[in-house]
Design a protein around this ligand. Structure first.
Ligand SMILES: Nc1ncnc2c1ncn2[C@@H]1O[C@H](COP(=O)(O)OP(=O)(O)OP(=O)(O)O)[C@@H](O)[C@H]1O
Length: 343
């Protein structure tokens, strides 16, 4: 995407001359809770998104991610708790006064409007005069590299293009906070990968705070500086993406993040064994109980004293497998003991 400057506006809609000062967080939620009948969709969720930062809310289907987003957007009312956008309490306010840029999975473009009109709609609704609204819309379309398609209707766009228009529409509002709900979920894998890297650059440039809801670990890792992991309505771990992926607090978090070796030890404890802790070709021999050929070699399961270890072997390492036994050593200092909360 092209480089272009886009200055986020302050909470009152005027360009924020105070960006050089310490900005208030783009978003803070305080102890948000929301139930639907017997289902406690969100329980006591407190999080913050700094100006210019991307926070990914990550968790399995049904854990309450979208409900948090809808509470922040004002599309749902909390049973308890508070939402502050740009340091301003907006809990009781209707969505249109919260000054947010929203991107949902289904894009929600107006089919009868051109791309340009779709993107200018937000600023127009916020009372920006026609010429100014179109200027903001063109600037946002340039940011997502779609200037040449401004006259098209949504039906004449590919999935990836429609997604870029939805993003441009959020950016054109110059909101200090962008809310994205599974923004890439309707795209094929190639487009997802392409847009992931575009979005990363884009978020860097626009300087808005971004709350991104996703169940896709790769998306969170690629796009977010920090991640908040949600399970059954609650936040279970928050930290930098690197930290959380490298040091999950519990067995459930590790398994959710795709750790292959989360070994239950009984007594409510589990061991996390990273691949880097395993050295092949030295130490004791252990039986291989399962083998599966992969593109780059084999995935094997080894019956180790600590538990069943799953390892990805390169073709060269597969060559060293003697009679379905594998010699390996697990470096104890790289293994972590965590609570086993998988239930
Ligand atoms: N309007 C509603 N009425 C009743 N139950 C609801 C409503 N909205 C959400 N829920 C329930 O609240 C829980 C959380 O739903 P939510 O959509 O927030 O989860 P999610 O993590 O975003 O899931 P997904 O990744 O599948 O979109 C679910 O059990 C869901 O069925």
């Amino acid at each position: 995407m092209k480089a272009a400057a886009l200055t986020p506006a302050g909470p009152d809609g005027t360009p924020d001359a105070g960006l050089s000062r310490v900005s208030p967080p783009a978003l803070t939620t305080h102890h948000l809770s929301r139930s639907f009948g017997p289902v406690q969709a969100v329980h006591d969720v407190s999080l913050h998104v700094e100006a210019g930062e991307t926070l990914a809310l990550l968790g399995p289907s049904g854990c309450g991610k979208s409900t948090v987003l809808r509470l922040v957007a004002g599309l749902e009312r909390p049973d308890a708790g508070r939402v502050e956008v740009g340091g301003r309490d907006v809990t009781g306010r209707p969505p249109e006064t919260r000054h947010l840029g929203l991107v949902f999975q289904d894009y929600a473009l107006f089919p009868h409007l051109s791309v340009l009109d779709n993107v200018a709609y937000g600023p127009r609704m916020r009372g920006v005069a026609r010429a100014g609204a179109y200027e903001q819309a063109r600037e946002a379309l340039a940011l997502v590299n779609l200037s040449e398609l401004e006259a098209r209707r949504p039906a004449q766009l590919s999935g990836g293009q429609a997604q870029r228009v939805a993003l441009a529409r959020a950016l054109a509002t110059r909101s200090p906070l962008l809310l994205l709900d599974e923004p890439l979920s309707n795209l094929d894998e190639r487009l997802r990968a392409e847009l992931r890297s575009d979005l990363h650059d884009l978020f860097d440039r626009v300087g808005a705070g971004v709350l991104l809801v996703t169940h896709d670990q790769r998306e969170a890792l690629a796009l977010a500086g920090r991640v908040a992991i949600m399970r059954a309505g609650r936040l279970v771990q928050t930290g930098t993406a690197r930290e959380v992926f490298a040091r999950p607090d519990t067995a459930w978090v590790a398994a959710f993040l795709g750790w292959a070796n989360v070994l239950g030890q009984g007594g409510g404890q589990a061991l996390l064994v990273p691949e880097a802790a395993v050295t092949l070709g030295v130490g004791e021999e252990f039986p291989v109980t399962f083998r599966q050929v992969t593109e780059s070699g084999e995935t094997v399961t080894v019956s180790h004293d600590l538990g069943s270890l799953t390892l990805n072997l390169s073709s060269r390492e597969v060559g060293a497998l003697a009679h379905d036994r594998l010699r390996l050593r697990v470096e104890p200092e790289q293994v972590r003991r965590v609570p086993d909360d998988r239930g």
